[in-house]
Design a binder for this molecule. Structure first.
Ligand SMILES: Cc1cc2nc3c(=O)[nH]c(=O)nc-3n(C[C@H](O)[C@H](O)[C@H](O)COP(=O)(O)O)c2cc1C
Length: 177
């Protein structure tokens, strides 16, 4: 899924490249542009601690269902003010429904994840914590994090077109999932 509002921007193109690589080796893929969906964040109602579902029924419901069934998921977001975007975090909080009352993951173990992130700052170490922290969330949920693709100097939405190294990395991660 793409947490950037810039459709066709750096994160979107890199996520698409991972998906293209995965398709090459036989995966069926689906891309969600979060900014085009209508959804709310977790309501903290705890319904998911007594039932194996999220009570909120909106455009994220199908995405949550797809994650439960997927063998691999590609998570993409730019850095906004040191963190992943609001669109991404609103979606991420709904993962609460993947956690049971004993705070164990309900997801089948062994799903693979790829994280894609882009930032304006050329210094990748400046905001690496955002993707690293999200990777920890994914590991808690039972994912194996196959790779984190990090892009700097991503001010212009098409800056990634000059980054053959990252496009190649994305394609190759996708085809090795
Ligand atoms: C609201 C906002 C906040 C941003 N905050 C940061 C930031 O804290 N650090 C940074 O390096 N870049 C920041 N940026 C720049 C984006 O991370 C950068 O342009 C990124 O490559 C956008 O990815 P995209 O092309 O996929 O949308 C910010 C951009 C916006 C619009």
């Amino acid at each position: 899924m793409v947490g950037s509002p810039r459709k066709g921007g750096n994160v979107d193109r890199l996520v698409q490249e991972v998906l293209d690589g995965a398709e090459e080796v036989g995966y069926q893929t689906e891309e969600y542009i979060l900014n085009e969906l209508n959804y709310s964040g977790c309501q903290g109602c705890n319904h998911c601690k007594t039932a194996d579902e999220c009570r909120v029924d909106d455009d994220i419901s199908g995405l949550l269902e797809d994650i439960r069934e997927a063998d691999a998921v590609v998570f993409g977001s730019p850095i906004y003010f040191h963190l992943f975007t609001g669109q991404f975090k609103l979606m991420q909080d709904r993962f609460y429904s993947f956690i049971d009352s004993g705070f164990r993951s309900r997801l089948a173990p062994g799903k693979k994840a790829v994280i894609v992130t882009s930032q304006g700052n050329p210094d990748l170490s400046a905001f690496e914590k955002a993707a690293d922290d999200f990777a920890e969330v994914l590991r808690f949920l039972g994912f194996e994090v196959a790779d984190i693709i990090r892009m700097g100097s991503g001010g212009p939405p098409d800056a990634v077109l000059e980054r053959k190294d990252l496009l190649d990395q994305a394609r190759s991660v996708g085809s090795s999932l």
